[in-house]
Design a protein around this ligand. Structure first.
Ligand code: ZN
Length: 164
């Protein structure tokens, strides 16, 4: 998953200001996440589970469509540093994938560890099955091209450390 830096930190910040599990939807263009709509859910304060506000999501997705922003998935926070999707999460993900229009072949379902990081899962489907795979997160920084070049030169200069 490719995500612009500002949005990456916005998601972690927003999902860290709550004592209950929360979430939101992500969208973007050209397979890069550029948008995030926070959602505190409709669970009525259950600490264990985040229940997305589907109506809110649908209206947001419609607004995005007007600006040619594609829907790319749903994030939710986990407490206690659980980096894996729960059984309930996987059931819910399958439900969502089946409810999606056919042209959507994959979505992302990242978990947010409050104040720490975003752990991404990519969910792909074909005619037969739905697969959930661990996904690398690539944060796109502003002026990335320049800093990439610089990093390369720097690492070339660093001599390899030899273990004795
Ligand atoms: Zn979960």
């Amino acid at each position: 998953m490719k995500i612009i830096e500002d949005i990456y930190y916005k998601i972690i910040d927003k999902c860290s200001c709550s004592l209950i599990e929360v979430g939101g939807i992500i969208g973007g263009k050209n397979n890069i996440i550029t948008e995030f709509e926070f959602d505190k859910g409709i669970g009525g304060g259950s600490k264990q589970h985040y229940f997305p506000d589907i109506e809110k999501f649908n209206s947001c997705i419609k607004n995005w469509q007007k600006e040619n922003i594609e829907f790319y998935g749903i994030v939710h926070s986990h407490f206690q540093d659980t980096k894996e999707l729960s059984f309930g999460d996987t059931l819910y993900i399958q439900e969502i994938m089946l409810a999606m229009p056919e042209y959507i072949r994959y979505l992302y379902f990242p978990i947010i560890l409050p104040q720490k990081e975003l752990v991404s899962f990519k969910v792909m489907r074909n005619e037969i099955e739905i697969n959930i795979i661990n996904d690398n997160v690539k944060i796109i920084m502003k002026g990335a091209k320049k800093s990439e070049k610089r990093n390369k030169t720097d690492s070339n200069k660093n001599p390899l450390r030899t273990l004795l």
